[in-house]
Structures are given as structure tokens and as C-alpha cells.
Design a protein around this ligand. Structure first.
Ligand code: 4AD
Ligand code: MG
Length: 464
């Protein structure tokens, strides 16, 4: 709209807006009536901070009406900007005209008081206007850009891999089916089973759990690629770290081994954290004050730290000698429970740790088998309070070994023929990892529930 100034521009260079009048459009956060005048806190979302506006009955013919516009109302304010270096705010706008673009009745749920995260989760359409979500969702945007920037600067090709998939890329059987059938009357075979050959794709289609398989095909042509997009998992885990729809960033590197994969992950995290801290100082200040005390210091330390590495076998040994009583006894061969992961990075390391060389039976079918015959060249990056934020591996590049593993696990070999064929035509050593984007956001903000870093979260049994 004509001549509407952004609040972020005013904060950047207040002096540029002090001559004549300016117009600002935004939403009323609060209105404090002081009898002879009123303070309006206007937010336009371009800056975490608001613009303080002074309303007086002398200057405004609709002064009385404004008292009833309501918190949340959309307003366009015209006035002159005065610098107030002695005041709490660096400047304020003395309004000469306020147009009510859209009123907001008294039942507006976001009143100026502390709301619980549980309550805010019930209003995902309005919570982006609250402080926490202003900070989280701006960081989410900046972080996505920064990740792209990291990979683009290094020549990685951004591969937009498909969402609709015909094979289970993790072999974990946690996929959502995509169908066009009338669910009350799906086509059936003679045996009475659902006949997907009659469905939209003439075969069973599902939502992807990973872009890795197609990413490997791209890496065998471009050397270094990354995917970044939504992935879906019908996991039966109702935890604060699992979502049914989440974003994953997955680089894949050809002519690379597990050490290259780990080095890439470490560089990526340091770059991203450093740049996010620089780009969002006000937001981090907020997280530091209201979500997790000491957050900024923790992150700054990380940017310069050497990430620790530990094998799964060493981790089990640490857990076995721990004095903590775990609900699950740590045993070589079992997956690490989140209490174990937390113990390792919070108590043993006090920082992030790459755990490597897991037993092959608790990891995905495609991981490269180590020479010991028991473990695979895999790594998980564990961080305090969140647990696993990255999972990666070197891939099995031998067609024979990969086919044998697929058979051994009783997987549908026919779904993986093109993936196996990649190993036949100029197969290289290669590997990559998947970064859980929401998990990274949790780690960078101190927010403890994945539902509070997603815009309209989709989790088991809870969707609006
Ligand atoms: O460890 P995962 O399952 O690895 C893969 O999907 C590989 N294909 C990645 C690769 O090597 N290209 O998932 C990777 C990461 C996890 O470390 C975790 O951060 C996140 O994705 N993740 C989830 N985040 C939120 N909700 C869920 N249900 C998640 N499942 C995995
Ligand atoms: Mg994993």
C-alpha cells in the first residue's frame, strides 16, 4: 500500500523518518488509556519490537472509537516521529490520524498477559502475533536461508526430491498412504486385498520419509547435493521431539566417507549458528531472557568448539559405569534411549557429540557395513536437552551387499531396483546426513516442545 513505512526500517535508521509525517500499518498489541491521552503499542511483524504511538483526543476525531478498536485490531497510523533518547523507547509516533482497517472484538484470545504454550497451541492461526512465535518463526525463516547459503556457497546443488514416494527409504514401515480410493469401496483383488493397481498411480503410493534415495541418485551425477523439504512419519511416538510432518535437510556427498560427512555436518552447524546469532540479535536476546538463561553464551561457545566423537561401543561403556539409574539398562546391541543420549551429552561430554559405528541391526538397511561385521559406518549427532538432531552414514556402495541386506531384512526387493542399479553404474563411496530442522530450532531457541517451533504443527492425535 502506498507509503506505508516498515517498523524495522524505523529501527534501522530513525533519523530518516523524523521529517514530515509517516504512515505505519500494523496490529494493536495493547492500548493504555491515560485519561488525557493513550499509548498504543503497534506491531507490524517486520521487527520483533513495536512502535509506541501517542494518541490524543485533540489530534484524533475518532479518539473515542479507537478505545474500542480492540487488541488485535489492524490499524493504519499517520503521524510525526519524535526521537526520545531519554525514554524507554528510542522514539514514538504522535498520531494525527488513525484508520481502523479491521476491528478486533473483546473475545480476541491474545490478551496482554502470559499465555501457556498449551493454550497457544490451540490458536495456531493467532499465535504468530505473540512474542515467542514472532521470535521463533523469524528465526525459522533466517535459519532456512542460512542453511541454503552454506550449501550454495560450497557449490552443492539444491535437489527438490519428490514428496510422493514408492519405496520406504528408511525401511521402518512408518509411512502414510496416499490414495484416491473411495475409502469405503476400494478396489479389491480376488483374494479380498486392496488392489492398488486400480489406484491413482497404479501402485501403492506413500508420503516420503526421506529424500535420501533420490538424493543419492543426484549425488552420483553432481557430486554434492542437498535436499530440504517436508518429510512425513507415521511414528507411534507421542513425544516432545517427534512430529508427523517435519522438515529435513539432507546433503549427500559423492567420493566421501564417514569422516567427510561428519566434517560437513560440523561446519554446517557452526556456520549456521554464527550467522543466525548475527542476523537475529533481538530474537536471541528474547530467548536468552525468557526461554533459556545462558542460551547465547552456550551457542557462542559452540561456534568455536571442536565437536567430540565417540563410538557407540564407548558410549555403552560410559553408560554402564554411570551411577545414574536408567529406566532402560544400557546393553550393547540395543538402541540408545533418550535418557542415555541425554546422559552422554549432558553429563559425560557437556556439549554436542557425534556417536559413530552403531550395531547394524538397529540402523537402516543402506548403511555401509564395517569390517567387524557387526557395526555400520553411521553417526548421530546428540546435543544436550534435545537429543538426536542429525542422523547420517556412509552408504553401502556394493550392490551385492546391499541386495543381501534388503533380502535379509525381508524388505520388498522390487521397490529398490533403481536404487540398487545406482551401485552398478559407476558407484562411488558416498554418504550424507539428515538434519531435523525443527530439532535444530529447538536447540537454538531453548524451546522444549517441537509443536512450538512449527507453524501449524502436525503431531500424533493433535492437529488443527
Ligand atoms: O535419523 P533419520 O531417520 O535419518 C534419515 O532419515 C536419513 N535418511 C538421513 C540421511 O542420512 N540423509 O532422520 C534424520 C533427522 C533426525 O536426526 C532428527 O533430527 C529428524 O531427522 N527427525 C525428526 N524430527 C522431528 N520429528 C520426527 N518424527 C523425526 N524423525 C527424525
Ligand atoms: Mg536417526
Amino acid at each position: 500500500m502506498e507509503n506505508l513505512v516498515y517498523i524495522s526500517d524505523i529501527y534501522r535508521e530513525p533519523e530518516a523518518y523524523t521529517e514530515g509525517e509517516i504512515r505505519v500499518g500494523g496490529w494493536q498489541r495493547t492500548l493504555r488509556d491515560q485519561k488525557s491521552f493513550a499509548f498504543l503499542d503497534l506491531r507490524d511483524g517486520t521487527d520483533f519490537r513495536g512502535l509506541q504511538i501517542i494518541l490524543t483526543p485533540e489530534a484524533l476525531e475518532n479518539y473515542k472509537e479507537l478505545a474500542h478498536a480492540g487488541n488485535g485490531a489492524a490499524l493504519i497510523c499517520t503521524g510525526s516521529l519524535k526521537l526520545t533518547p531519554e525514554g524507554k523507547q528510542p522514539f514514538e509516533l504522535h498520531a494525527s490520524k488513525v484508520e481502523i482497517e479491521g476491528k478486533s472484538p473483546a473475545d480476541y484470545p491474545l490478551q496482554p498477559k502470559r499465555h501457556s504454550p498449551e493454550f497457544l497451541r490451540t490458536i495456531p492461526h493467532l499465535r504468530p502475533r505473540s512474542n515467542l512465535f514472532q521470535a521463533v518463526f523469524r528465526l525459522r525463516s533466517v535459519l532456512a536461508f542460512t542453511l541454503h547459503e552454506f550449501f550454495q556457497k560450497r557449490g552443492f546443488v539444491y535437489a527438490q526430491t519428490p514428496i510422493i514416494s514408492f519405496s520406504d527409504g528408511e525401511g521402518a514401515g512408518e509411512m502414510f498412504t496416499v490414495t484416491n480410493f473411495d475409502l469405503n469401496h476400494p478396489a479389491k483383488t480376488d483374494k479380498g486385498e486392496v488392489d492398488f493397481s486400480e489406484d491413482f498411480f497404479a501402485r501403492k503410493a506413500q508420503l516420503t520419509v526421506t529424500g535420501q534415495m533420490e538424493g543419492e541418485a543426484m549425488a552420483q551425477a553432481f557430486r554434492n547435493i542437498y535436499t530440504f523439504g517436508p518429510t512425513f512419519r507415521a511414528e507411534n511416538s507421542n513425544t516432545v521431539r517427534h512430529a508427523a510432518e517435519f522438515w529435513m535437510l539432507e546433503p549427500e556427498l559423492a567420493f566421501a566417507d564417514l569422516d567427510d560427512v561428519i566434517a560437513c555436518a560440523e561446519d554446517m552447524l557452526k556456520y549456521t549458528i554464527k550467522h543466525a546469532l548475527e542476523a537475529c540479535p533481538v530474537e536471541f536476546e528474547f530467548f536468552n531472557n525468557f526461554v533459556e538463561k545462558g542460551l547465547i553464551e552456550r551457542l557462542e561457545k559452540l561456534v568455536n568448539a571442536e565437536f567430540v566423537r565417540m563410538t557407540y561401543t564407548e558410549a555403552i561403556a560410559e553408560l554402564k559405569k554411570a551411577e545414574t539409574e536408567f529406566s532402560y539398562l544400557p546393553e550393547w546391541g540395543d538402541d540408545l534411549q533418550s535418557e542415555h543420549e541425554r546422559y552422554i551429552c549432558e553429563k559425560v561430554i557437556d556439549g554436542p557429540v557425534f556417536v559413530t559405528d552403531y550395531p547394524k541391526d538397529i540402523k537402516a538397511f543402506y548403511m555401509k557395513q564395517n569390517e567387524d561385521g557387526k557395526t555400520v559406518a553411521a553417526t548421530d549427532l546428540l546435543v544436550p536437552y534435545v537429543g538426536e538432531i542429525i542422523g547420517g552414514s556412509q552408504r553401502e556402495e556394493s550392490e551385492e551387499k546391499l541386495r543381501a541386506r534388503i533380502r535379509e531384512l525381508g524388505m520388498k526387493e522390487s521397490e529398490y531396483e533403481w536404487y540398487l542399479a545406482l551401485r552398478r553404474y559407476g558407484s562411488t563411496r558416498h554418504g550424507g546426513f539428515g538434519l531435523g530442522f525443527e530439532r535444530l530450532l529447538m536447540y537454538l531457541t531453548g524451546v522444549k516442545n517441537i509443536r512450538d517451533v512449527q507453524i501449524f504443527p502436525r503431531t500424533k492425535g493433535f492437529c488443527i
